[in-house]
Design a protein around this ligand. Structure first.
Ligand SMILES: *Cc1c(COP(=O)(O)O)cnc(C)c1O
Length: 370
């Protein structure tokens, strides 16, 4: 049996009739950029996240960049980011001219360690970007407490956490503004690139709508040095359909994560830890092991696809060689990069496929079949 790491055809088979109709509707309308589908999606996604507003944009990186620009953050400013994240969190800060200031993550949750936050702040710090990595909400109460004392904006990177909840509130509504990605493999994925910002801040919304459209509120009048960073009508129409299934699909992810947690308990592998009072969106199911390469090969031989999120932390990338990070500055991020391994996770894994993954991991770790 083959279990691919990710199957992007299965969700489209399930929703084929509805997606085909949405595609036809947009094609027949002849309206492709900034129209009724984007407006409707913005209203529906804001309602889903529990925020007053949503501004749809071209991708997750632009969502983060535009929020920072909207808050006037740029050259000379510092923005705190986790040491262990997808590099886009850092890139957004760099694109504004500001400096990303990494803070190490907790080895237990893989999210920004709030205990280390205060020590990273300087008189130049303007914002902090907690990432809800793997779908697990970051420690928002502690982060918000430090940020409000220091007068910082809190910008959630919710690119992996659509529908995750923290003390009964959905991510996207937990800071000043939040960035989402609709890259195809995310929990809510477009058929191409897409992104969104959610916020209650009406002033920020006005700026974001200007920034995403060449800095223009009125055609051919440009108040800001803006971007072309719009979500298109076709993606919005497709996302509106998939949004209706997101809760159900996240529920299936959770059921699979629960099965993995039970069945892999005795394997000696490090299993994901989620804080109490939070509901993960289970974007990824990430285990930790010091014998990763061997396990990866054994699973591949059994037909089980795995990936590594992420093999090289941003501070070790050539793009950030100029930062001159001393060795041992971010020990947890460095260790995670050596040990993390993502197992197949998604709403469309069949019962038989889940059983096969579990049997393959148990056999590779020599605890045998359950
Ligand atoms: C995917 C992702 C992004 C970037 O989103 P894109 O739509 O791919 O630009 C940013 N942050 C995190 C944590 C992500 O996983």
């Amino acid at each position: 049996m083959q279990v691919p790491f990710l199957d992007l055809q299965a969700p489209h088979r399930e929703l084929k009739t509805e997606l085909d109709a949405a595609f036809r509707r947009v094609m027949d309308s002849g309206w492709f950029v900034l129209g009724p589908e984007v407006e409707a999606f913005e209203a529906e996604f804001a309602a889903f996240c529990g925020t007053k507003h949503c501004v749809a944009v071209s991708n997750g990186l632009e969502a983060l960049t535009l929020i920072l620009r909207g808050y006037g953050i740029g050259a000379g400013d510092e923005v705190v980011v986790p040491s262990h994240t997808f590099v886009a969190t850092w890139l957004a800060v760099s694109h504004t001219g500001a400096t990303p200031v990494p803070v190490d993550v907790s080895g237990r949750t893989c999210n920004l360690d709030p205990e280390l936050l205060s020590a990273a702040l300087t008189c130049r710090t303007r914002a902090v970007i907690p990432v809800h990595l793997y779908g697990h909400p970051a420690a928002m109460d502690a982060i918000n407490a430090v940020a409000s004392q220091a007068g910082l904006k809190v910008i959630e990177d919710a690119a992996q956490a659509h529908g995750a909840a923290y003390h009964d509130r959905r991510v996207g509504s937990l800071g000043n503004a939040a960035a989402f990605s609709f890259y195809p493999g995310k929990n809510l994925g477009a058929c191409g690139d897409g992104g969104a910002v959610t916020t209650d801040d009406a002033d920020l919304v006005r700026k974001l709508k200007t920034l995403r459209n060449y800095g223009s509120e009125q055609k051919y009048v440009h108040d800001m040095v803006g971007y072309n960073a719009r979500l298109d009508e076709l993606q919005a129409a497709l996302l509106r359909i998939k949004l209706q299934y997101l809760e159900d699909w996240n529920g299936r992810r959770k059921a699979l994560a629960n099965r993995y947690q039970q069945a892999l308990r005795e394997t000696g592998l490090g299993l994901p830890a989620v804080d109490s009072g939070v509901a993960s969106a289970w974007h990824l199911y990430v285990i930790r092991t010091s014998r990763r390469e061997v396990l990866r090969q054994q699973l591949a031989a059994a037909g089980v696809g795995t990936l590594i999120h992420y093999p090289l932390p941003p501070h070790r990338q050539l793009a950030y060689a100029g930062m001159n990070v001393g060795s041992g500055s971010f020990p947890v991020a460095d260790q995670l990069a050596e040990e993390v391994l993502s197992l197949p996770m998604g709403p469309h894994l069949s019962e038989a496929q889940a059983n096969h993954v579990i049997a393959a991991v148990r056999s590779a770790t020599e605890v045998g079949t359950p």
